[in-house]
Design a protein around this ligand. Sequence first.
Ligand code: CP3
Length: 346
Amino acid sequence: MIVTKSSKTILRALAGETLETPPVWMMRQAGRYLPEYMATRGQAGDFLSLCYNPDLATEVTLQPIRRYGFDAAILFADILLVPQALGADLWFVTGEGPRLSTITTMDEFNKLSPADDIHETLSPIYQTVHNLSSALPSETTLIGFAGAPWTVATYMIAGRGTPDQGPAHKLMQENTEVFDALIDRITKATILYLAEQIKAGAEVVKIFDSWAGSLSAEAFDRYCIAPHIEIVTALKAQFPDVQIIGFPRGADQKYIDYVDQVDVACVAVDTAVSSDWAAEKLQPKVCVQGNLDQTLLVPGGEKLISETKRVVEAFKNGPHIFNLGHGITPDASPDHVSQMLEAIRG
Ligand code: CP3
């Protein structure tokens, strides 16, 4: 038997290997802090047109790889394309964020498309993944992604981002039937969407549950853990080799329940938990991705460098993928990203 060890550092970390230098990529690495991203977005016209243009979406995915040599590329798309593919109206208001048609009644829910109708809308995204799988350098891992059902539902119910996810909590309490039907529809669509990304060449998929932190302990089990289990189980049955990263952002102590119950290769952690806590409680069980405070990339300098080194040090005894606690912000400096990489790679 020939055992080939992948040359891709991200895949090695996901397989449980402790590497001397952790592989690194950043959430939102293709984004507004990069002048070349702004230029390509301008060429596309707007953000959504960029997402649905496979040539330009491939280009912006590759930009941070060319500039910095990150170990992973993440598909350029958005978690809100799935609601759109299910029939919701979606648009972005400049300087404010996403807007969607809302779902708060069974009548509104019943107007959504069946889960298996999503592919026509999303086929340009599969094309982008396909392009990337041949365009990337051989050492770079391709990560696909989707939003988790709870997080996607918070936008579909409120029709926009909300600081406390109030409208989604209200529907959960007052009309559980509609809420559960919506979670189930998104779960089914997400499985189909991620399966197509994997078929098109995604080697890893990440599930973003950006608003998991506002769920009560009981709701966390039912609306974060349970749908994640359903998605992971379905994908692994079809693609035994796929590696999955879960990101129940803000889960705090419940990160432990998450890794105990959801069969992910890696858990991404935000900055509300300390690196030392995550190394002690999570890293013996799974690879950990994280968790530099992304706000340090705005001022840069000594604090950025010392904090980067502290994160590397905290996770050095187990499988680790270096990343931020959340996405890089538009006001971060591209030079400070280089400072961070220099501190990691030496
Ligand atoms: O580089 C990458 O990380 C890949 C692409 C990516 C985007 N969005 C591009 C994007 C990914 C993985 C996402 C995920 C996403 N989208 C999440 C989960 C991760 C998280 O940030 O918590 C969420 C909640 C969304 C929904 C969304 N998309 C919002 C709320 C906004 C507006 C806020 C903002 O940052 O502007 C977006 C827009 C968005 N998605 C941009 C990008 C590059 C900025 C759009 C622009 O260019 O104007």
